[in-house]
Write a protein that binds this ligand. Structure first.
Ligand SMILES: NC(=O)c1ccc[n+]([C@@H]2O[C@H](COP(=O)([O-])OP(=O)(O)OC[C@H]3O[C@@H](n4cnc5c(N)ncnc54)[C@H](O)[C@@H]3O)[C@@H](O)[C@H]2O)c1
Length: 315
């Protein structure tokens, strides 16, 4: 057992992301303390964690390594790493980080899972800003391998290295994002595609369902094993340039969110939760999409777990 493995991991917030982050560290053998202020959310944690055990056919004993607490400072004391997954509000996150600084050693890593708030801002009032880093997990964090490790203007190289080492050790795929920019890397790529997809529907080129089929059954079918840079090099940059010359001038350049998106939101068409968004959804269809996604990600996670165990890095 390595030193890092014997250390305690803190998780702040036991909601959607927090409970999954707690699970993945516990599954890898760490002791995890979760601070969650809401009694309802705290009391639902065992059930939510148990359903992950069942989804992944894991040993339920691993849940013994997770403790839920109702106070931040005692829960986080002596943690070597703290992952914050509290609501997406800057003053709240700043307050949490200020309290964390008084609870942990100056060398402990303080990581925020914020999707959009720069960790530069979250850590602005701290004394030891070099150990504040962004760790952008993807939902669900116990199933999606990628974690974007975002270095802000104050984060030390050592903090980035230690965070990436820990994430690799628990079976994640960390990447180093060298600047703290909005959307990091993954969401910028994802939203660049969504922007064009919405514009195509608005222009009447195809309907929203067709967009999903084109992505899932077309380039999406190979995206899990072939990234866009590999794909460009595979077909040749001369071809990539020829296509770019013809296509780029024709791609959507609407400034700001597309009117179609604004109009749907204004009309209360928010997606599956209201029965209609870009597409129409019955509750059964929405459930089928969720189940399909969960099944697929769980199968992938089980395969990765097997590879990890076979390579001798597993737990
Ligand atoms: N949901 C996603 O897909 C996703 C993906 C990546 C990153 N994130 C980010 O992760 C963070 C958490 O998002 P979520 O979806 O898990 O939200 P969530 O609402 O499910 O969970 C947040 C939890 O924090 C708790 N909380 C409230 N006040 C708190 C406090 N003062 N200290 C600690 N905990 C407190 C809440 O009770 C809640 O259980 C956000 O910053 C979000 O932007 C979310």
């Amino acid at each position: 057992m390595s030193d890092e493995k014997q250390r305690k991991i803190g998780v702040v917030g036991g909601g959607l992301m927090g409970h999954g982050i707690a699970y993945l560290f516990a599954a890898a053998g760490h002791r995890v303390c979760v601070f969650e202020p809401s009694p309802e959310v705290r009391s639902s944690m065992p059930r939510r964690l148990q359903s992950i055990v069942e989804l992944l056919d894991d040993d339920p004993e691993l849940l013994r390594r997770i403790e839920a607490h109702d106070a931040l400072v005692p829960a986080m004391r002596d943690a070597a790493f703290v992952f914050e997954a509290a609501p997406e509000k800057l003053p709240l996150k700043q307050k949490i980080f200020a309290e964390l600084e008084s609870a942990v050693a100056p060398t402990a890593i303080l990581a925020s899972n914020s999707s959009a708030i720069p960790s530069t801002e979250i850590g602005r009032q701290l004394v030891h800003r070099e150990r504040v880093v962004g760790t952008h997990f993807w939902n669900p964090p116990h199933l999606v391998p990628l974690v974007e490790v975002v270095q802000n203007e104050k984060t030390s190289g050592d903090a980035v290295t230690r965070t990436m080492d820990l994430l690799r050790q628990v079976g994640k795929t960390p990447v180093h994002v060298q600047r703290d920019i909005p959307g990091f890397v993954g969401n910028r790529l994802q939203h660049a595609m969504k922007r064009e997809a919405i514009a195509l529907v608005a222009a009447g080129v195809c309907d929203a369902e067709t967009i999903d089929i084109v992505v899932r059954e077309g380039f999406g079918a190979r995206t899990a094993v072939l990234g866009p840079m590999e794909q460009s090099d595979l077909v040749g940059l001369d071809l990539a340039l020829d296509i770019a010359e013809v296509l780029y001038a024709d791609l959507d350049r609407t400034a700001g969110p597309h009117p179609l998106l604004r109009d749907r939101v204004k009309a209360g068409k928010l997606g599956m939760k209201t029965g209609e968004g870009l597409r129409k959804w019955t509750p059964e269809q929405a459930e089928e999409v969720r189940a399909r996604l969960s099944r697929f990600l769980a199968e992938q996670a089980k395969v990765r777990k097997k590879h990890l165990a076979n390579s001798g890095c597993g737990h």
